[in-house]
Design a protein around this ligand. Sequence first.
Ligand code: ZN
Length: 284
Amino acid sequence: MIEHRLRHAEQVAEKLVRDERLMLPIDVVALAHSRDIHVEAKPISAQGVSGMLIRVGESYAIAYATHITSEGFQRFSIAHELGHYFLDGHPEAVFRTGTVHESHAGFAVDDQIELEADHFAAGLLMPSHLFDAAASRFADGMEAVKGLAGVCKTSLTASAIRYAQLGESAIAIVVSRGSSVEYCLTSEALRGRRGYRHLKKGTVLPRNSATRDFNLDPQNVLLAREVSDSTELNVWFHTDEEIDASEEVIGLGEYGRTLTVITADMSEDDGENDGRQWNPPGFR
Ligand SMILES: [Zn+2]
C-alpha cells in the first residue's frame, strides 16, 4: 500500500468539491451526469461486488449494487467508481483486461487501486473542509458520528472512520463481530498516548466491555440497538495511564457487525494541554 497515493486520492476529490462548489450531501449522481456518466442501480449478485465502471468507446457508465440497501453504502459505491474515472492512471489500470471493472468498495481490501478509489470516495463524500464545519455542530462521540452520517448521507462506519481520522480528540472506532475485533482505527491523539498498543484484527473484545455484552445477543445488532457505558482507555489500548472514556455502541443491522465509538474524557488531563479545548480545533 502506497500511503501518499491514498492521501493524494483524497485531495483530488476534495479539490473537485471546492472547484465545483459542491455542498453536503454531495450529489454523486449529478456529478456523474455532469461528466456524461450514466448511473444505474443493479441487482449485482457476484459476491462482494459493490459496483462497476463500464466503458463503451469513450462513454462511461456506473452500476451500483443494491443487495445492501443502505443509501450510504450505495453512495459510497458510486463515489468509488467516480474515483476510477477522476484519478490519474485509473482508467488505464481498471480497463487493462476488459471494458467492465468490478469493484469491492469499503476499506476492507488490500488492493492499491481499490483503496485509492475508497479514499477518493471518502474525500468526495466527506471533504475535510465541509466535514470539519459540520462536525462542530455536534457533541463529541456517537452523537457526532450519527449527525455527520445524516449531513453527509454516508454510512455510520464511513462517517466514524472519517471522524477519527480528521478529529484531534482521542477517539477510537471499533468494528466488531461476536467477541472479536474486525477493524479498529484510532485518532492521532489516542495513538500518541504512552504505552498505546493497537487493537489488531482478531483480538478478543475486552472482558466486561459493553460491546462484548451487546454482541452476545444477535438481535441487538440486527435491530440497530444502542447502549453506552463508561470505560477506560487502558482496558482497550494498554495506555500507561487509566483515562476515563465513554463507550458508545450501535448495531449495524444487516451488515451483522457492531460499531463502537470510544471517546476519552480528557477534561482532567495534565498541564501539557492547558488552555486547549478538548474538542478538536478543526471541528469548531
Ligand atoms: Zn474499484
